[in-house]
Design a protein around this ligand. Structure first.
Ligand SMILES: [Fe+2]
Ligand SMILES: [Fe+2]
Length: 283
């Protein structure tokens, strides 16, 4: 099974202006890879900040850009979205108790948990007692099943100071308590940071998929909120998406940067000896 993940598309950033077309074209280019690639996914997960303002019009534009996808699309909210806008645009998703947009998918023996880490009006993450209880109940339902968690906000400190949570934030501790010691949680994949990141959280591998929208600059110096220092914040680095491959035993994650390149070698008769040799090495 192949699960594609795209995150932080930010449709509606600047309607009618050039930066808006930039996000459309970056999203279109990434989607084209899924259509034409030899790796067509079984589903596409959108891990939040699908829109920039959460309005119905931006969600409608997103749905129009997704039209023709031959695979199901499963969205979740980011801090820039609104639950109301998302639920209106994606009728395949229903709000859970408390109005949260969190749900579980099951396919090919894998449980895929999509979380809601949004608190309206707040840039950073949120994970209240109600959501902790919901996640705990879902994990308790199948404590041995291989499980994969998607959430918008990474609960770790990346070093990109202005985007980071404080490690002691209550929502991080609450989420940590819910997943601590759960050996069946194979990985946590996030968005929000607009940069690739690999880390561990309570012993669980945690990754951030880079954004479709422009990227956050890689600058690990501390940020002083009282003193602008003209550092680069956002760049035009190309968009990326993740392709998570589950074969029933291993969950392997690939990333593709959506940009132009040239083919340097093909699997031709000329290169067949090299391929044969690589297979011969297998024991
Ligand atoms: Fe974002
Ligand atoms: Fe975000």
């Amino acid at each position: 099974m192949l699960i594609a993940q795209m995150t932080d598309i930010h449709i509606g950033f600047a309607p009618g202006e050039e930066p808006e077309e930039l996000n459309h074209s970056r999203f279109r280019a990434a989607l084209e890879r899924l259509h034409e690639a030899p790796n067509r996914p079984d589903m596409l997960v959108l891990t939040g900040d699908i829109t920039d303002h959460g309005d119905r019009e931006s969600f409608a534009t997103t749905v129009a850009l997704l039209a023709g996808c031959p695979f199901p699309v499963w969205p979740m909210v980011g801090n820039h979205d609104s639950r109301e806008g998302l639920l209106h645009a994606f009728p395949q998703v229903r709000a859970a108790e408390g109005g949260f947009v969190h749900y579980v998918l099951e396919q090919d023996g894998l449980r895929i948990v999509l979380l809601d880490t949004v608190e309206p009006g707040r840039h950073g993450g949120a994970f209240c007692e109600a959501r902790k209880a919901w996640l705990t109940a879902r994990l308790d339902e199948a404590p041995a099943a291989p499980t994969f968690i998607f959430m918008h906000h990474p609960p770790v400190v990346s070093g990109i100071d202005w985007m980071d949570p404080d490690p002691g934030e209550p929502w991080v501790r609450r989420f940590g308590a819910a997943v601590e010691g759960r050996g069946n949680v194979l990985a946590i994949h996030c968005g929000h940071l607009h940069r690739p990141l690999a880390a561990r959280f309570r012993g669980i591998p945690l990754h951030v998929t880079p954004s479709i929208a422009p990227l956050v600059a890689l600058d690990l110096r501390p940020t002083d909120p009282d003193r602008p220092d003209d550092r680069t914040l956002i760049t035009t680095e190309p968009p990326s998406y993740a392709l998570h491959r589950w074969d029933g035993a291993t969950l392997a994650t690939h990333y593709e940067v959506v940009s132009d390149w040239h083919v340097l070698a093909r699997y031709s008769a000329h290169l067949q000896p090299m391929i044969r040799e690589m297979f011969a090495d297998r024991e």
